[in-house]
Design a protein around this ligand. Structure first.
Ligand code: IPM
Ligand code: MN
Length: 377
């Protein structure tokens, strides 16, 4: 911890990223009012649009700051036409690059439907999707699987003949993320909404794939150390339907990278859509937090997108930093932020376009900062 407090490196990034990050920073300011802030935020440019202007995804100082910061907050990256010479997304350095470079091995995606929020399933508001039934955390492996650079093309005579992506599942990569998930499942005393059981569900395709069989073996081996946690298994295809049909069954879910990428977006529908979905990218030394909705170019500059995903990312960040440093002040602020968010949402009137409302990004931020000010510290 530096003199000015914990250092947070902030990357607003592309598209709607700056709009939601602006609100996220207002929320941090509101939390700090009345006493010296235990944190200090520094913004750095970077991303796909920055790449189009400068030919660089970010500056070396920004990369270095990310490596030394106590926590990192990223808005969104990706912009149409912003592509690196090798075909990769320009701006990937800020998300995929940080995951690799800082070894942020666990992608932690809370999926909770708060009272007052409309889930995004078309049709009636059914009992199984009621807020009390959607309260889980999906933990996705974040460094390997189909996301490694073990990929390429075979070109013959200038024509691509074959494109290959290799799925890599390692003992180390599986073990640490599975252990993270067991720890989390044990710590969640509420358990699954259905029955209060501290359940951990392993999602894989071990009926077909070798990497998944290995992942499941590791799940069982590590799980033997956690007798308090119920071990549960689902093939990913079946999981896709059970998740929607019986969300109340799930407490914590663990999955490999690519399958985890897909099921977390599916799960976001249950929590009100991507406008509410935050993700923590967590390693042993570093962590990066982000709203996961992306840069939404269509909405950029319109002050229209939902800032709640960023508010939940800020909450996750404060909670992680506070518990990692044993600093109760941050954990209390995370609790206070969550109460303020829940209260604002419960009124059922803070609705941006994605919730069928007309509220602007900044107006949603006004409501939340007002709630924070009236929420006991
Ligand atoms: C996510 C995103 C990223 C991923 C993209 C932006 C590369 O979809 O965080 O889930 O695939 O991991
Ligand atoms: Mn994704």
């Amino acid at each position: 911890m530096k003199e000015a407090g914990y250092e947070v490196a902030v990357f607003a990034g592309d598209g709607t990223g700056p709009e939601v990050v602006r609100e996220g920073l207002r929320v941090l300011d509101a939390l700090a009012e009345g006493s010296p802030a235990p944190w200090h935020c520094t913004q750095y440019p970077g991303g796909g649009q920055y790449f189009l202007r400068t030919g660089r995804e970010w500056e070396p100082e920004a990369a270095a700051a990310a490596g030394t910061a106590d926590a990192i907050l990223v808005g969104a990256v990706g912009w149409p036409g912003a592509t690196l010479p090798n075909g990769d997304l320009a701006g990937r350095a800020l998300v995929l690059g940080l995951r690799e470079g800082l070894d942020l091995y666990a992608n932690v995606r809370p999926c909770k439907l708060y009272p007052g929020v409309r889930h995004r399933i078309s049709g009636e508001y059914r009992e199984v999707w009621a807020p009390k039934n959607v309260d889980m955390v999906i933990v996705r492996e974040n460094t390997e699987d189909l996301y490694t650079p073990a990929r390429g093309r075979l070109r013959r005579g200038g024509e691509t003949e074959v494109a290959i992506d290799t799925r890599i599942i390692t003992r180390k990569g599986s073990e640490r993320v599975i252990r993270y998930a067991f720890e989390l499942a044990r710590a969640r005393s509420r358990g699954a909404p259905e029955d209060g059981v501290r359940r951990l569900t392993c999602v894989d395709k071990s009926n077909v794939m070798e990497g998944c069989r290995f992942f499941r073996e590791t799940f069982d081996r590590v799980g033997a150390e956690y007798p308090e946690v119920e071990r549960d298994y689902a093939y990913v295809d079946a999981f896709a339907q059970w998740l929607v049909r019986n969300p109340e069954h799930y407490n914590v879910v663990v999955a490999t990278n690519m399958m985890g990428d897909i099921i977390t977006d599916l799960a976001a529908v249950l929590q009100g859509g991507m406008g509410f979905a935050s993700g923590g990218n967590i390693g042993t030394e570093h962590a990066m937090f982000e709203p996961v909705h992306g840069s939404a170019p269509k909405y950029a500059g319109k002050n229209q997108v939902n800032p709640f995903a960023t508010f939940f990312a800020v909450e996750q960040m404060l909670r992680w930093l506070g518990s990692r440093r044993g600093d109760e002040r941050l954990v209390r602020q995370a609790d206070r932020l969550e109460r303020s968010l829940a209260r604002t949402l419960a009124e059922g009137t803070t609705r941006t376009y994605d919730q069928g409302g007309t509220l602007k990004t900044g107006e949603a931020g006004d409501r939340v900062t007002a709630a924070i000010r009236s929420e006991p510290r």
